[in-house]
Design a protein around this ligand. Structure first.
Ligand code: MCN
Length: 763
């Protein structure tokens, strides 16, 4: 029986559940002995000119070894915006702010102390003279206060050309609905905050430990930020306590810590506080969508337009690139004859936006799935029926969308129907009808969201989606796998061992997985875009198979037989001559005289497109607006599932985060750009108590793009759940006249929406 597809328990869990992992703060490498500690002085103002910084008092504080400002780092080049060329190149960031601070939390100076307890006090002695400037906020910032004077505008750039929108797009549509929707800013809030440890060797090379999603990309970033050759940087990724897209590469602080270690000639460490994490680690989402949808009264969607404004925060980082992915996924799983999308990227005096679980795709789905519901409501149709009517027919040959996406395989109607059946949709609708008829205070809402998303894309610069793996069998019966992916909760140690075990007949627990050390594994794409299994896992399979090819030749020599006459007996992990089980040699023996090791690269023809449907059921108290999430039922088709336990864990995490975006989480600023959600007492991130047990139905439409048949599952949960929950809440009160409630659909917002539709009532 194959181990693939079975519920193998996570081999990494005993470590995490007992002695604990080794996170960056725990790294006890000899080279870090006597490390000093770095603390950042951060701007308390959203937008201000920095006229002077006085570090003299801080320098005298107990334990202070050094205090540095942007002026000290003048030799380091500013960070250019992401997507240079499309985005205004004047919008550059210094590692420590010089002249101007552009968001609350921006690092302005760094204080270095002997002991960690001395840092906080010393930072308070740094006197920064700020001249406040008007804070630039929102999706439509005026140009009267500019973040970057040299740019002459707060518009960072465009994806697509807004002047080329088709004026005739909705001609011939019997019904046209338009709505502006906010896809709010959220905080990734990983359990482990950002950190770094850095030391320079006598050879002039930097070794730095950083919690990240890919050591190799982080190495390239660090070399760029420090202006040195990549060969002089070694990045090591210890255990990572969650990342959710926001630990991709190196941040300015990581480079400053390395710079300080070099300047002082001694190792340096940094761990940010939760407060710093909430205001200075990149946030996610922050898009505004204006959707226009048109079609016939009988439910055919004929045209759809998506106009996006991306708030990139103070510096155009990955956030400035996200609309590209949103646009790519504009038409989602539907067959819409005419669709167009365009995006404007603006800078504001807020924390920069980066990748956050789904990164650009959840935004596309949220906009489209609200639009479908708005359209259904307008024509008085069941939203599930409208979806079924407009979903693409099943396809096994790749399907190209008007936006250039090449969907590999899909059966969207089947996913919808499976989710509806599992939910007991018809029954839910009749319960809803009863409650509506009886005027129950607690109304039932049912929300549906169908999605297709993209996983495992290439780097966008011509390199195909690919990953490397090395498999080595040792004479003592153990085996080692090196991977270019970078697990931080996904369970790659278990999954990659399962794949190699299936080929080599070596038990899962005999494998050790190594990742995230650029001296050991110089190449690798890391973990993001739910790419790891389809590329990294497939590479492990390919390496194991290639290893068997080499082993077969050695076995043939050993057994003095023809290689073609040998069979590999997985049960014994040994080769034997066909028909003669006694003439056999185990793999381990073939590793005795010469290392039995293969490194390989697996390439995929393109990205894959997982899909599914989520159904959410909520109860809304129409007197108070109190909303209770009763059920979430999902079908998430990620092709062939390698380990249902891992895949379901990923779905749980994703659905939880997506649902939380729908009804709970939001980063809030006041009118002056002060963050009001800078602690976990104020930022309501989700835990198991806020959500019901999820009901997961399974469906697997394999992809032909890799031999595992696998697509990505790491982000899907967060993509379908947000609009399903939002649609459910609106649905609960739709019969009272509510048409739309923005994210997050908090009880307060629901109450306000109900007040607004009750004539004569107070707001
Ligand atoms: N899997 C499977 N069958 C499939 C697909 C995946 O069994 N058909 C398993 C894989 O073997 C792997 C896991 O599911 O163990 C996720 O695989 P994959 O979909 O390839 O995604 P990645 O491993 O590349 O993970 C990335 C994804 C992203 S982009 C974010 S963001 C995210 C996420 O994973 N952040 C996470 N899940 C997270 N989980 C935790 N605990 N912490 C985070 O920060």
């Amino acid at each position: 029986m194959s181990i693939l597809g079975t519920r193998v328990l996570r081999t990494e869990d005993p470590k995490f559940l007992t002695t604990g992992g080794v996170y960056t703060e725990d790294v006890a490498d000899d080279r870090l002995e006597g490390a000093c500690h770095v603390f950042f002085v951060r701007s308390p103002l959203a937008h201000a000119r920095i006229s002077s910084i006085d570090v003299s008092a801080a320098r005298q504080a107990p334990g202070v070894i050094g205090v540095y400002t942007g002026a000290d780092l003048a030799d380091l080049a500013p960070i250019p915006p992401s997507a240079a060329g499309l985005i205004n190149t004047e919008m550059q960031q210094r590692l420590l702010a010089v002249d101007k601070a552009r968001f609350v939390g921006e690092a302005v100076a760094a204080v270095v102390t002997e002991h960690p307890y001395q840092g906080e006090d010393a930072t308070e002695l740094v006197t920064v003279d700020y001249d406040p400037l008007p804070a630039v906020l929102g999706f439509d910032p005026a140009d009267d206060s500019l973040l970057f004077e040299a740019a002459g505008t707060n518009v960072a750039g465009y994806w697509g050309d807004p002047s080329k929108l088709d004026a005739q797009l909705f001609d011939g549509c019997e019904v046209v609905v338009k709505q502006t929707i906010v896809n709010q800013r959220v905080a990734p809030a990983p359990m482990e905050t950002r950190a770094a440890a850095a030391v320079w060797g006598d050879d002039g090379r930097l070794t730095t430990w950083i919690p990240n999603q890919g050591a190799q990309g982080t190495k390239a970033d660090m070399a760029k930020l420090l202006g040195i050759d990549e060969s002089l940087v070694r990045v090591i990724t210890p255990d990572v306590g969650g990342a959710f897209g926001a630990k991709f590469g190196a941040d300015p602080e990581h480079a400053v810590v390395a710079w300080i270690a070099r300047r002082l000639g001694r190792p340096a460490r940094w761990t940010e506080t939760r407060y710093e994490n909430l205001i200075a680690m990149t946030h996610g989402r922050a898009q505004q969508h204006t959707v226009t949808i048109g079609g016939s009264r009988d439910g055919n969607v004929q045209a759809y337009r998506l106009e996006i404004v991306q708030d990139a925060g103070a510096y155009p980082k990955i956030g400035a690139v996200l609309p590209m992915l949103t646009i790519l996924m504009t038409s989602g799983p539907y067959d819409i004859p005419k669709a167009e999308a365009v995006a404007k990227v603006v800078v504001t005096n807020t924390t920069p936006i980066g990748a956050y679980r789904g990164a650009g795709r959840p935004e596309a789905t949220a906009a489209l799935e609200r639009a479908i519901d708005l359209f259904a409501a307008e024509i008085g149709a069941d939203p599930a029926d409208v979806r079924r009517k407009n979903l693409l027919a099943p396809f096994t040959e790749p399907h190209r969308t008007a936006f250039g996406a090449l969907y590999d395989s899909g059966d969207y109607v089947a996913a919808l129907d499976k989710a509806l059946t599992t939910a007991g949709y018809a029954d839910l609708r009749s319960q809803q009808a009863q409650r509506r008829a009886s005027g129950d205070v607690r109304q039932l809402g049912i929300g549906v969201a169908s999605y297709v998303e993209i996983t495992g894309m290439g780097d966008g610069e011509g390199t195909p989606p690919e990953e490397n793996a090395t498999v080595e069998v040792h004479p003592d019966g153990t085996a080692t796998i090196l991977t270019g992916t970078s697990p931080h909760g996904q369970g790659h140690a278990t999954a990659w061992a399962m794949i190699a075990s299936e080929e080599l007949g070596i038990p899962v627990e005999k494998f050790t997985l190594k990742w995230g050390d650029t001296d050991l594994i110089p190449e690798g794409g890391g973990t993001g875009g739910s790419r790891s299994l389809q590329q990294g896992g497939a590479a492990v399979q390919q390496a194991a198979r290639e290893l068997l090819d080499v082993a077969r030749l050695r076995a043939a020599a050993e057994l003095e037989a023809n290689a073609a006459d040998l069979v590999f007996d997985k049960g014994r992990s040994a080769f034997n001559v066909a028909g003669d089980p006694d003439a056999s040699v185990p793999l381990t023996q073939l590793a005795e005289n010469e290392r039995l090791l293969i490194r390989t690269v697996f390439s995929q023809p393109g990205a894959t497109f997982p899909f599914g449907t989520h159904v959410a059921v909520v109860e809304v108290d129409t007197e108070t607006g109190k909303t209770t999430l009763l059920r979430v039922i999902t079908v998430d088709d990620a092709g062939t599932v390698l380990n249902p336990l891992l895949a379901e864990g990923q779905r749980h995490g994703g659905i939880g985060q997506g649902a939380a975006q729908a009804f709970l989480e939001e980063v809030v600023y006041d009118d002056a750009g002060n963050p009001l959600t800078a602690s976990l007492a104020d930022y309501p991130f989700v835990s198991a108590t806020e959500v019901p047990s999820f009901e997961l139905a399974s469906m697997a439409t394999p992809t032909s793009y890799n031999p595992l048949g696998a697509k990505g599952i790491g982000e899907a949960g967060s993509i379908g759940s947000t609009p399903a929950v939002q649609n459910a809440v609106v649905d609960a009160v739709a019969h009272l006249g509510v048409r739309h409630i923005d994210l997050p659909v908090t009880s307060r917002r629901v109450w306000q929406a109900l007040q607004a539709v009750q004539p004569g009532s107070e707001q």
